[in-house]
Design a protein around this ligand. Structure first.
Ligand code: MLT
Ligand code: MN
Length: 312
């Protein structure tokens, strides 16, 4: 199985359109060791011809332009795409807005939890994807499932989805309760184990996670690869940077560093490859010359870049 990280930044991307923080500025000026990144999405394929996307980011048009594998094949019909299906790990803007760019009466399948499908259903703009052409399929929890295209043809990619501690989408929060934490453990946010009949070991994709609990630790115990929520390095990073009022925890993302962070939380597990994805534009690891980047590498983690490819 081939896996491509087509977007390694969190919501907003890197640089973010309206951000003048030092990191976005460095990315804009092309500073050495600071690379621009598009918003959160990966793609998987068994045969190299048909691809399954995990999340559809607002940058999907750019991501397709940067990824020849996701473009119509030269000898394909006048309208065609190698994208057979899109699986959504939550209903956040950075994970669903790209669906709107996949209109034009093109068949593919959408997979998501009941909650996420209900959010698409409640927002009529998603009707640009006619359900007769773009079926919406519910992901059964804790069950291995073959991902199929719109016609039911098996892509060869299998997934097992599981709820992780997270949060409902920002735009679903009640404005009347700004101090609530809107925590959710019930499938508003999921992780997925991605596999195929011929693949070696388990690959996990978890771009949003609020806490590492015993269940998650058990699940990831001897994974071949974990692509994990790398939104912030420290919980109060956005506040310290002066760009926002929210902690990582308030946004449903645990920090990389600290006793409760992801580096410490997964340190004891026998994971083959650890890769941070969904990296926010305030995270100092985006600067390859930073002490934080060095610390993450020393702890055995990689910091994803757009276009990173792996095979299992
Ligand atoms: C998140 O990951 O917390 C969201 O993508 C934030 C957002 O909606 O911008
Ligand atoms: Mn996000």
């Amino acid at each position: 199985m081939r896996l491509k990280i087509i977007g390694s930044a969190a919501g907003g991307g890197f640089p973010q359109w309206n951000c003048n923080y030092r990191l976005s500025r460095a990315a804009r000026t092309g500073m050495a060791g600071v690379h621009s990144r598009t918003q959160s999405s990966i793609a998987a394929s068994v045969d190299g011809a048909g691809w399954v996307l995990f999340n559809a980011s607002p940058d999907i048009r750019q991501q397709i332009a940067q990824t020849p594998e996701l473009q119509p094949a030269q000898d394909a019909p006048l309208r065609s795409t190698p994208i057979r299906a899109v699986l959504l790990t939550n209903a956040d803007v950075d994970h669903v807005a790209g669906l709107l760019s996949l209109r034009e009466r093109q068949p593919f399948a959408i997979y998501a939890t009941t909650q996420v499908l209900a959010t698409l259903e409640a927002n009529s703009i998603f009707n640009v994807l006619d359900p007769a052409l773009v079926p919406r399929r519910t992901l059964p929890p804790a069950e291995e499932l073959a991902i199929c295209d719109a016609d039911g043809l098996n892509t060869g990619v299998t997934v097992e989805s599981f709820a992780v501690p997270g949060k409902i989408a920002l735009y679903l929060e009640e404005r009347s309760r700004p101090d609530a934490n809107f925590r959710s453990d019930a499938g508003d946010t999921i992780g997925v184990r991605i596999g195929s009949a011929g693949s070696r070991g388990s690959v996990f994709y978890i771009p949003g996670c609020a806490r590492i609990d015993a269940a998650l630790r058990t699940r990831l115990a001897d994974a071949a690869c974990v692509l994990f929520d790398g939104t912030v390095y420290t919980d109060d990073e956005m506040i310290a940077a002066g760009v926002g009022q929210k902690t990582g925890a308030r946004m449903g993302h645990l920090a990389m560093s600290g006793d409760d962070g992801s580096i410490a939380g997964l340190a004891e597990l026998r994971i083959g490859r650890r890769v941070f994805v969904h990296i926010n534009n305030t995270n100092p690891v985006l600067d390859e010359n930073s002490a934080e980047h060095a610390a993450v590498k020393a702890a055995g983690w990689e910091v994803a870049r757009d276009g990173m490819e792996m095979e299992f």
